[in-house]
Design a protein around this ligand. Structure first.
Ligand code: URA
Length: 240
């Protein structure tokens, strides 16, 4: 692939902008500036740098972000900063979007990608990919409330009662809730229907992938092959 096309595909600007960037010697491959925009480069596995920042060529980009509170998942946020502003600009430019959405005040594991098929697979209600939330409730967690959640509660946009896959106490006011759908404000509405109220909500796992303990709110990391395989398996098996 020609170097200018390669940089364009990775979000470094229009072809014209990438051509100028290359001609100014800002792109290096194996430590050497490549100043010919039309140089033919093998894209697969390519390590390169732009302005000294290292990158690897990725046909599609997949990242895991620890979403902080007071951020919006939309690409065109209205009231709060958008989560995409937490990623390097080339990732925004290549059309990344969040895989499903979390509320403004919800924190935790958020996947982002420019792979539409992946978004569809992981968010499709038919695939039933499991999502685990750590719920901090206003009132103490009771066995009765957890039973209501796993037996099913009535939500106004669902014909049948909606049941959690699992609900497990963490401590007096916190519990883990596993669900497989992604209805609007689903966890908040389920918990309200079971007679409690959410004080804080953090998503800790999606499709068997857990929020890494090493990440702080606002930080992100690339998803590796094994993570992607796990998520694809979860989507294909309609579980996990
Ligand atoms: N359920 C909610 O109520 N909010 C979220 O952000 C995610 C799931």
């Amino acid at each position: 692939m020609q170097l200018e096309r390669l940089l364009q595909s990775q979000g470094f600007g229009t072809r014209k902008e990438c051509r100028a960037l290359i001609r100014h010697g800002r792109c290096t491959v194996a430590g050497e500036a490549v100043e010919d925009p039309f140089a033919e480069i093998v894209a697969a596995g390519l390590e390169f740098a732009v302005d000294g920042v290292p990158w690897r060529y990725r046909e599609k980009a997949y990242v895991l972000l620890y979403k902080p509170a007071d951020t919006e998942c939309s690409r065109s946020p209205r009231g709060y900063p958008g989560v995409l502003a937490l990623l390097p600009p080339p990732l925004y430019a290549r059309g990344m979007q969040s895989v499903g959405r979390l509320d403004v005040d919800t924190t935790g594991l958020l996947l982002l990608t420019d792979d539409g098929a992946f978004i569809h697979a992981v968010t499709s209600p038919k695939r039933k990919v499991h999502k685990i939330y750590r719920v901090t409730a206003k009132h103490p967690v009771t066995a009765d409330m957890l039973k209501q959640l796993t037996d099913g509660v009535v939500l106004n946009d669902a014909p049948e009662p909606v049941a959690a896959i699992a609900a497990e106490t963490i401590d007096e006011c916190r519990f883990h809730l596993t669900i497989s759908e992604g209805r609007y404000h689903q966890v908040k509405r389920m918990v309200a229907a079971a007679g409690n109220r959410i004080e804080a909500l953090c998503r800790v796992a999606v499709g068997g992938l857990t929020l890494p303990e090493t990440l702080q709110p606002g930080e992100w990391q690339w998803l590796e092959e094994a993570d992607l395989r796990r998520l694809w398996n979860a989507a294909e098996l309609g579980k996990a």
